[in-house]
Design a protein around this ligand. Structure first.
Ligand code: GDP
Ligand code: MG
Length: 598
């Protein structure tokens, strides 16, 4: 644990450019994990991460590497998520590093999150090693990609590592570059302890485990420590490194990255970004922390079976232990009963959480359409934060409403500029600028309401550009907007869980499209179901679900019993995601229909 023999680095990239696969090759080449124990994307440990092939949580792993100079180095590798929803995980991990490997797919070139992640690394003052990956593919164009890295990101790319996570080619070069180009950590081993918490999670047996980077001093079992932001004091139960399984060590020394078992039971006492010092004789000045993750998208989650309300609450409590970005509060809907309003970082985060709730906790949930946080200014001057369309105050009492905007960066080949224009303008986007990153890549900047982006913007962007576009965004504050609440009525009754907030100019179109969609989605019932879209009392659009013609079971009358049973089971399965609202059975899809607008 000589400082000069430690390297702490991250691998950053646009999603799917091959970070996780490269990490696997590093584990293999350094003998950290035997080839026979190798599973693809070993660091992606959550089931959902594996299935979807995305990294959600950052992971830290320590490997030992004997370089060509004959010296053995301790490399701490932090794998980061590439999806824009999880940018905050990236900035966390980077704070624990001295360098970053910027992976760019040799067939795709620089994409939006390549730019965003490279910016994060530059802002964190990290040494950046460009790596051009997937050079085994026939369509690889390393020279073009080098030019994009130089022109678009201003990172010298002459010496970029050429590699393939698939064949393992270039991985040795990468490790040599890490040893020679990334600076050794700086710090004072004799000074009092200062360690940065860059991640934490809850372990059912051991309580809260923190991932830390020791900046000064050292930390060992039995030390009495204090978390500086929260003031929590505790005794260190264990420290060690992950290989990637956790192995206890006598101590973590200056410059090292590892885990710390705190013995605490509440993750809120162990805040990511906080500084750990000794309870006695510690320091007074914490390390710079970082911005807390802020939820941007809100949705109602309701158990289909009312008995699952308490289990849902417990499940949310458990998941939020490991996910500071997940926030929730109880919500009651006339239509759906008792549930929760849950805040997420973005749509992918929402999907992942919903899936985990259903899969890991066996819950059957109904999710209402995602919405953003609106600021409603009342005539009295008071501002109300609105997380749910249901809470919209009476229009007569409103002075004006503001909605969150994003700065969106879209990277595309020049041919698709027109297609992106059409889409972004149709979604109330304001064009900011456009410039050429290289001959083959244009960067367009837009200001666009977040509420428009959480519609099917990304899907549309991809399909209108044959998959070439990539997107990155950040919050751009609140702007005034002409917004109204659109109500959906079934059989003449407004259904609170189906109402949504929309720009005045879009209300008519969206109302009409939604009525048409709902007509297709809501199954025929024993009676006719009129569907209406209305603002206040004014109906903008209507449709009707016709009554069912005859009982399906009638066909089986007197027929064989197994067939009848099968039919019943089939109906039951189909009903699983349905919720009876009044006397109308409404499927899950109906709540999401709002998202597919054209
Ligand atoms: P990440 O999202 O950046 O972590 O990317 P992954 O490591 O999950 O890789 C995304 C996809 O690219 C997977 O299907 C990999 O099998 C594939 N892939 C990764 N590296 C290479 C490579 O060097 N060559 C080829 N041909 N495919 C690769
Ligand atoms: Mg990955």
């Amino acid at each position: 644990h000589e400082l000069s023999h430690i390297r702490n680095f991250s691998i950053i990239a646009h999603i799917d450019h091959g970070k996780s696969t490269l990490s696997d090759r590093i584990l293999e080449l350094t003998g950290t994990v035997a080839k026979r124990d190798m599973q693809a994307q070993l660091l992606d440990s959550m089931d959902i991460e594996r299935e979807r092939g995305i990294t959600i949580k950052s992971q830290a792993v320590r490997v030992s590497y004997t370089a060509d100079d004959g010296e053995t180095y301790q490399l701490n590798l932090i794998d980061t998520p590439g999806h824009v929803d999880f940018t905050y995980e990236v900035s966390r991990s980077l704070a624990a590093c001295d360098g970053a490997v910027l992976v760019v797919d040799a067939t795709q070139g620089v994409e939006a999150q390549t730019v965003a992640n490279a910016m994060l690394a530059m802002n964190a003052d990290l040494e950046i090693i460009p790596l051009i990956n997937k050079i085994d593919l026939p369509a690889a164009e390393p020279e073009r990609v080098k030019a994009e890295i130089e022109d678009g990101l201003a990172i010298p790319a002459d010496d970029a590592v050429l590699a393939s996570g698939k064949t393992g080619e270039g991985v040795h070069d990468l490790l040599e570059a890490v040893v020679y180009n990334i600076p050794a950590p700086e710090g004072n081993g004799e000074a009092p302890l200062r360690a940065l918490i860059f991640d934490s999670y809850f372990d059912a047996y051991r309580g809260v485990v923190a991932l830390i980077r020791v900046v000064d001093g050292s930390i060992k079992k039995g030390d009495k420590i204090r978390m500086m932001a929260t003031g929590t004091e505790t005794l260190v139960e264990e420290v060690g490194a992950r290989h990637p399984q956790e192995v206890a060590e006598p101590a973590l020394y200056v410059g090292e990255v590892g885990y710390l078992v705190t013995g605490l039971k509440d993750v809120s006492q162990v805040k990511v970004g906080d500084t750990i010092t000794l309870a006695d004789g510690g320091v007074n000045d914490p390390l710079p922390g970082y911005r807390e993750a802020k939820p941007m998208v809100f949705t109602g989650l309701f158990p289909i079976d009312g008995d699952q309300y308490e289990p849902l609450k417990e499940a949310l409590e458990k998941l939020s232990l490991n996910d500071p970005a997940l926030v929730w509060e109880p919500e009651t809907s006339h239509a759906l009963g008792f549930g929760f309003r849950v805040g997420f970082l973005g749509l992918l985060h929402m999907e992942v959480i919903k899936e985990r709730l259903e899969r890991e906790f066996g819950l059957d949930l109904l999710a209402t359409a995602p919405s953003v946080e609106y600021h409603v200014y009342l005539k009295g001057g008071e501002m109300v934060s609105l997380h749910s369309p249901q809470e919209m105050p009476d229009p007569g009492s409103i002075d004006h409403v503001e909605e969150p905007y994003l700065k969106a960066k879209i990277l595309i080949p020049p041919d698709y500029v027109g297609a992106v224009m059409d889409l972004a303008v149709g979604r109330r986007g304001n064009f900011v600028t456009m410039n050429y990153l290289s001959q083959t890549t244009v960067e367009m900047l837009w200001e666009i309401p977040l509420s428009e982006l959480i519609l099917d913007f990304f899907d549309k962007l991809k399909s209108n550009t044959k998959g070439y576009a990539s997107l990155d965004y950040e919050m751009d504050g609140y702007k005034p907007s002409q917004l109204v609440k659109l109500d959906i009525l079934l059989s003449g009754k407004p259904i609170d869980a189906l109402s949504f907030i929309v720009h005045k100019d879009k209300a008519y179109d969206r109302g009409r499209v939604l009525c048409d969609k709902l007509k297709e989605i809501i199954p025929r019932q024993m009676f006719e179901v009129p569907i209406q879209a209305a603002i206040g009392g004014r109906v903008l659009a209507r449709q009707t679900v016709k009554a069912k013609r005859k009982d399906v079971l009638a066909k089986c009358y007197g027929g064989d019993i197994t067939r009848k049973r099968k039919l019943l089971e089939k109906q039951k399965a189909g009903k699983k995601r349905m919720k009876a609202i009044g006397n109308v059975e409404v499927p899950q899809e109906a709540f999401m229909a709002i998202l597919k607008v054209d």
